[in-house]
Design a protein around this ligand. Structure first.
Ligand code: ADP
Length: 489
């Protein structure tokens, strides 16, 4: 039967979204529900797994009603990565809230394990940090009363949000994940592509709670009939950044994607070969058609968040969008740099202790200089990551493909092209994550072929480098000097 749409379930950090894509890539239906963020203590961030599920079901049912369940080819799932849920497989009840990727409660555990840092980087591709799942799983096992005994009885399951939602959507049949998500747990050996006994031992995680690992484009199971009135195949799962990489760059050697949101996630697919980087995360892009691809990833903590900080803390802009005209009105940065190390520095520095600074101020300086410097800082930070990618990746970087809320800023995009010296291509669709998840499923079922899928993403605008190269270099050197002033090491 000729199905009309493919669905993506996008399990985000602030809310869950379901989208239906037609064969030409157009969005036929969509639904989105936010869920509450829970902050029990400073540095702790939790979600209620029940709310993750209920908002997903609501969005799913709305979209199914709009498009008609009989018209749906398949479903792809994409999700916030690293977020950790343990639940009882008999009752379906979580033993604790989901501990979110942003949660820093396990910093001390990481300090205690510092001697294992190199081994962990080598086996998992990750930096020892509370960001990843392993120390969060350990925290739940150690801190939540009774969990150890229930694990010993074989009653407890672990999963990231993809696994939790999949298990529930498939009537508890599928306790599964795939390599792009598994590679963010810090329990997964990215060379051997399995959960690693030595890692499990280091973090005290029992094997019997772990999900099975299938290729990213597998038939993971069927949506149970009660939800939309028909069993629908769930045929793809990918972590959120990998899904947007898939939509933006799959099959394009040398292409890099950057998502400018609260933070900035820069990623490039390096193909079949794993080449360990000392400054960037090595991670699995996907396992599709049985073939594993790897990626280099740089996570920048303060992207658009620096603009929020100008708005909410300094109160020098009313809304984020105002920054564009203010920055454009200056002809250059007038020597002012803003290093937004307000939560330490992420990639490629990884210095939790670094603190922010504004440098180069004079009597002439005013709020416009600071606003422009905050936007420029996003571009400089992306450049820092691109430079590290150039050292590790075999392919010369030839394009930067961008999306995310702050990518609408034309000043920022032009400046990014000027500083990085590559064309910056902006996608028309902001939900590249959902499109990527739909793509994985739909290519597996034959709804799209690879070319058809590549044609679904439209480019809104290409920004070419215009600034004189020497000027660009001098500006970037000024940035590096400013960053070095903020570093503790
Ligand atoms: P997330 O998915 O992380 O919630 P979004 O992709 O929705 O983030 O982007 C929101 C971020 O982008 C905010 O931090 C905001 O400050 C920033 N932002 C939004 N619009 C602009 C703009 N026009 N110029 C610069 N930054 C912007």
């Amino acid at each position: 039967m000729d199905k009309k749409v493919v669905l993506a379930i996008d399990l985000g950090t602030t809310g869950n979204r379901v989208m239906a894509f037609a064969r030409d890539g157009s969005i036929v239906a969509r639904s989105y529900y936010e869920f509450p963020q829970i902050f029990p203590q400073p540095g702790w961030v939790e979600h209620d797994p029940g709310q993750i599920l209920s908002t997903t079901l609501k969005a799913l049912q709305e979209v199914c009603t709009k498009v008609g369940a009989e018209n749906i080819d398949s479903i792809g799932i994409t999700n916030q990565r690293e977020t950790t849920i343990l639940w009882d497989k008999n009752t379906g009840q979580p033993v604790y809230n989901a501990i979110v990727w942003q949660d820093r409660r396990t910093e001390n555990t990481c300090l205690e394990l510092a001697a294992r840092r190199d081994l962990l980087k080598q086996k998992t591709g990750l930096f020892l940090d509370p960001y990843f799942s392993a120390t969060k799983v350990k925290w739940i096992i150690d801190q939540v009363a009774g969990v150890k005994g229930r694990i010993a009885k074989g009653d407890i399951l672990f999963g990231t949000p993809d696994t939790w939602v999949l298990w529930n959507l498939t009537a508890r049949r599928a306790h599964l994940t795939e390599p792009s998500n598994a590679s963010r747990t810090m329990l997964f050996n990215i060379s051997l592509l399995n959960f690693d006994q030595e890692l499990l031992q280091i973090f005290g995680v029992p094997e019997n709670i772990l999900p099975g690992i299938m290729p990213s484009d597998s038939l993971f199971g069927y949506l149970k009939k009660e939800i939309c009135g028909r069993e629908i195949p769930i045929h793809g799962v990918l972590g959120d950044q990998q899904a947007s990489l898939f939509a933006q760059c799959a099959g394009q050697a040398g292409a890099v994607k950057a998502t400018y949101g609260t933070g900035i996630f820069v990623m490039t697919n390096t193909g079949k070969q794993l080449r360990i980087s000392e400054t960037l995360i090595n991670t699995v892009s996907w396992q599709i058609k049985k073939e594993v691809n790897y990626a280099l990833e740089g996570s920048i903590f303060m992207g658009g968040a620096a603009i929020q900080w100008l708005r909410d803390n300094l109160k020098i802009i009313e809304k984020a969008a105002d920054s564009e005209a203010i920055a454009t009105a200056l002809t250059d940065n007038e020597g002012v740099y803003f290093v937004p190390a307000l939560q330490g520095l992420g990639a490629p520095y990884w210095e939790a202790q670094a603190r922010g600074a504004i440098t180069g101020l004079t009597r002439k300086s005013n709020r416009a200089n600071i606003i422009r410097a905050a936007l420029e800082a996003m571009a400089y930070q992306v450049c820092d990551v691109l430079n590290e990618m150039k050292k590790t990746s075999l392919e010369p970087l030839c394009q930067l493909r961008v999306d995310g809320g702050a990518a609408v800023n034309n000043f920022l995009m032009q400046f990014q092209a000027d500083i990085a010296r590559v064309p910056v291509e902006r996608a028309t669709i902001t939900e590249t994550t959902a499109l990527g998840a739909a793509g994985v499923a739909a290519i597996a079922t034959g709804f799209w072929d690879e070319q058809g899928f590549a044609g679904t993403i439209k480019r809104d605008r290409v920004f070419k480098p215009l600034l004189d190269e020497q000027k660009a270099q001098a500006s970037y050197q000024g940035w590096q000097t400013a960053v070095n002033r903020c570093r503790q090491r």
